[in-house]
Ligand binder design. Sequence first.
Ligand SMILES: [Zn+2]
Length: 603
Amino acid sequence: MGSHPVSRNPSDFPSSWRTPTEASDYRSTPDYAETVRFVERIAETCPEKVRIESFGRSGEGRDLKIVVVSQDGVFDPDALHASGRVVLLVQNAIHAGETDGKDASLALLRDLVVADRSPELLERVALVVIPVYNVDGHERRSAYNRINQNGPEVAGWRANGTNLNLNRDYMKAVAPETRAFLRLFHRWLPDFFVDNHVTDGCDFQYDVTFMLDATPDVDPPLATWIRSVVAPGIQRYVEAGSHLAFPRQIFLRDETDPSQGLRAVDNAPRFSTGQMILENRPGLLVEMHMLKDYRTRVTGNQLVLEAVLQRLNEDGERLIRLNREADARAARLGTDRGSRFPLVVTGGGEMTQVEFRGIEYSRFRSEISGAMAVRFGTTPWNVSLPMESGATVEVTVALPMGYIIPPPWTDVIDVLEAHGVHVRRTTAPWTGTVERYRCSGMHWPDRPFEGRFPILRRSAVEREFGRFGDCVPVTEAVTYPSGSAVVTLDQRLSKVVVHWLEPEAPDSALRWGFFAPIFEQKESGEAYVLERLARDELTRDPKLRTVFDQRVASDRQFADSPSARLDFFYERSPWGTANQVGIYPVGRLMSLEGLSLTPGAGT
Ligand SMILES: [Zn+2]
C-alpha cells in the first residue's frame, strides 16, 4: 500500500459536517438516535451514493441498520457482485462500550461521500457499514461501563439486552442480533469483514493492534494473501499516518511480568473473525488501545479502514477469485476422503523474538492482592520479547459425506438453518450404516458462561469451562425416522456443519450443551431390585465377580458407595444399556444411498 493516508484534520470541514464526536473535541460519542441522524444526513445529501437499510431488530426492538456506499448508486448485492465489485462489511460496537470504529466510520463516510475525498477508494469497492451492531448495549450508557478505558466520557455496555456477549454467540446463534447478522451476511456475502474493538489488557506504545487469521484452518491461498499482503499493508499505511500499529492482539504470558513476553491467541467460531474462517472470508479484528485518548483511537481506527479500502481496490480481482475458490474448496470437503480436517487449532507452538514497543513498568508485591503486581510508568520500553507464535492443529477428523440428525433435535437443526446451511429432510424412515459417537467422561462446569453451562477450551481471554471426555465413533446400522435432517458437505458452509456437529470442535452443539440430555440416565433400579439383579448376574457370569472385586479393592469412592456398587450391575445389564447414555444421535453418513430426501442441491 504505497500511497499516503487520506484522513485529514477535521477542522478542514465546515463545522456543520463535524461528526458528533469531533464536535465534542472527542470527549463524547453520540447515542444511537444521534448516530442514525448523522448517517441519514449523509444519505439525504448524497442519495445517489448512499442508502440506509434495516437488517432486523434487536432484543429490545431497535432497528438494526446498515449504511451502504456505492459510487454509481448500485445498491443491490447481486448486481454489485456481478459487476466485479468487492463488498466490504464493517461492523462496529459489538461491544458497545468500544465505539472507536463507529465514530471513525462516521468520519470516513463523511470524508468519502460528502467531501468526496479519495474517490479512488470507492472505485472497485462497495462499503457496507453497521454503525452500531449491539444497539441495546449501546443505549445502556454510563460513565461506569468501561473501567479500563480512556474515554469517551459515557459509553455503552459490553453485552446485549439479555447480557449475552454477541462476540461469543456467532456459532450458537442464540441472540436475535446474531440471527439478523447471519441473514445480512448471507444477503450481501461480503468479500472482506472488519470487526472494530478496543483492547483490554496491558499498556504499550501501539495505538492500533489488529489480527488477521492465517492459521491452518483458514483456506490456504487466502491465508497466504492475508499474511504476505494485507497485514503488512495495513501496518505500513497506519504508520505512514503517524500512528503505531502491531499486527496482532497483545496478551501477556504473565500479566504481572511483561518481560515474560506475549501469549498466543486462539480464534474459535464463537468469535466474529472465527466465524469468518467458516465463511471462507478474511476477517480483520481491530483492537484500538484502551489507554490512548479518544482522538488518537478514532483517527487511528479510520486509518485502518482506509488501509483496507485501499488494499481492496488494488487487489479486488484477486480477492474475489480467492474467495470463489475457497467456497468451491469448502463445497468439496465431503468428497475429500483420505485427508483430515483441522478441527481444533490453537495459537502457539513456536517461540519468536519480536521487537516490541512497551511501556516501562515496575513490579511489586501488593499488600492488597497479596500477589505480585505491575505498575506502568510513562517512558517507552523498546525491547526484544519472546512471543508465542505459529499455530498447532490439536485435533483432526476424517470427514463424512454428510450428517443425519433425528427430527426431535430441533434446536440443533434450527442453528444450522439460522446459519444459512442447506438442510434437507428425509421423506421416509431410513435404516442404514452410519458412524455414531459414544461419548463419555464429560465434566460439566458448575457456573454459567454466556447463559449456558458449556464445556469449552481455554482461550486467551477465557478460563476453561468443564472438561471434554471422549467421543469414539462406532459403525452400526441405525434407523432414522422420516423428517430427519440431512446436511451434506457439498456446500460453501460445510465448515459450519462440521464445527456444529463434530462433538470435539471448539464450539460444537455438544460442547454448548445442546446435546446434554443424552448424558442423563432416565431409568434406574430400586436397591432391592438391583440386589436381585446383581446376584443373578454373578451366577450367570462368574468372571464378573473378579471385575467387581478388583473395582472394590482399587476404588475407594466406589467401595464406599452402595448405589455405585449396585449400579455396576445395572449398567452392564440390558436394562442399563437401554438408557443409551452417551450415544450421540447424529449419524455420520458415508453415502446417501437409499435416503429419500426433500429436493435441492447444496448451495
Ligand atoms: Zn471488544
